[in-house]
Design a protein around this ligand. Structure first.
Ligand code: NAI
Ligand code: MG
Length: 357
């Protein structure tokens, strides 16, 4: 029996509804595999501002840092939109990522067989899509210094800096090769090494790290070509590792391969060993409290916690298989139902997953 403490941060809008669903599935899997999961709830985002006056209260930070994994819903909503940047719900999320040094953002992109017809791309192109984007999340162009505006020769200019340290590249590359080992054993490292010095260092370090993973295949690809290949032959990818900006753009591009936001999970992994797992979607205030949200992204995020955080691969795969089964059986929440199909509620979808387990 393995005991794990899980910090649950439901947040705002549909956050509480979808995290409740994920907890139900986790409790079930714990029973089935004789594990003990202890859930400890904390405030984050708008609800934390309302109750504690800050988007990431001290207690939540502590609870999260001491946990084995963090399950997050979503933060934000129109109620808090008037607040200044420093005290907005989103600040809570940025703060927790920073305080736990969550440098690796993992986004799996998978086409569910029973939903392929709803993709904007041709069926034969999307059919076998199943890859993982490993995006560097705390370095690169978004954080490099100097970052400023200045007067130069009589006009204003702006500077952003793309800087990567060897250690930053090394740790994200390690993460990619480790992930590939759990998958099809193939890494594509995306850069712009024909132009950028930071990309040339990136390539060298990724090659070095690969030395420790002779069982994993490695290919380097220029980012412009990668953007094209993601549409031309998305099923050829297994693990894509890339720097912060390229990863931001490519992961949004890739998310469109599968259809609904309500299906996409993510994990943010750090140096402390505590990972944060959350659906890619936001708090969906337009459907909050209506029992209509698709819980599958949150449930799949919980599966990622088992796989990447707790080394419970079998359990994770069991949840993934259950998700595939309910979709194959025709269960559809409103976001993925076609006009002619009857939609199920959040609770009904969750119960169907539990039953499929
Ligand atoms: P959103 O992802 O919340 O919603 C976009 C659209 O997708 C809406 O029509 C919504 O109903 C639908 N949708 C999202 N998740 C769904 C689900 N699980 N099932 C069914 N339909 C779903 O993005 P939006 O509207 O831009 O942002 C709403 C709030 O969420 C804002 O305050 C924003 O800042 C916040 N947000 C928070 C994120 C986070 O906590 N990580 C990420 C993105 C946005
Ligand atoms: Mg983005």
């Amino acid at each position: 029996m393995t005991k794990k403490t899980i910090a649950v941060l439901p947040g705002d809008g549909i956050g509480p509804e979808v995290t409740r669903a994920a907890i139900k599935v986790l409790e079930n899997i714990a029973d089935l595999h004789d594990h003990e999961f202890v859930f400890q709830e904390g405030l984050i985002g708008g609800s934390a501002i309302d109750e504690k006056g800050a988007p990431l209260p001290h207690e939540t930070k502590e609870l999260s840092a001491l946990s084995d994994g963090i399950l997050l819903g979503a933060v934000g909503g129109p109620k808090w939109d008037h607040l200044p940047g420093g005290n907005r719900p989103e600040k809570g999320l940025l703060e927790i990522r920073k305080s736990l040094d969550l440098y690796a953002n993992l986004r799996p992109v998978k086409a569910y067989a029973s939903l392929i017809e709803s993709s904007p791309l041709k069926e034969e192109i999307v059919a076998d899509v199943d890859f993982l984007i490993v995006r560097e999340l705390t370095g690169g162009l978004y954080f490099g210094e100097p970052k400023m505006r200045e007067e130069n020769e009589g006009e204003m200019q702006a500077v952003d800096t793309l800087v990567y340290k060897t250690s930053e590249i090394k740790r994200i590359a390690e993460r990619a090769f480790q992930s590939a080992r759990l998958r099809k054993g193939k890494v594509v490292s995306v850069d712009k090494a024909n132009v950028l010095e930071s990309s040339r260092l990136w390539r060298e370090i990724v090659d070095d790290v690969r030395g420790g993973y002779p069982d994993v295949e490695l290919e380097h690809m220029l980012v412009d070509n990668a953007a094209m290949q993601l549409i031309a032959q998305p099923a050829s990818f297994d693990v894509i590792v890339t720097e912060n900006t390229f990863g931001d753009i490519l992961s949004d591009e890739a998310s469109m391969l599968t259809g609904s936001l309500g299906l996409l999970p993510s994990a943010s992994m750090g140096s402390t060993g505590v990972g944060l797992y959350e659906p890619v979607h936001g708090s969906a205030p337009d459907i909050a409290g209506e029992n209509r949200a698709n819980p599958l992204a949150a449930i799949a995020s919980a599966a990622m916690m088992l796989k990447y955080g707790f080394e419970m691969e079998k359990e994770a795969e069991r949840i993934e298989a259950a998700i595939e089964k309910v979709l194959a059986d025709g269960y559809r929440t409103a976001d993925i139902a076609s006009k002619s199909e009857e939609a199920v509620t959040t609770a009904e979808m969750t119960d169907a997953v539990v039953k499929a387990l």
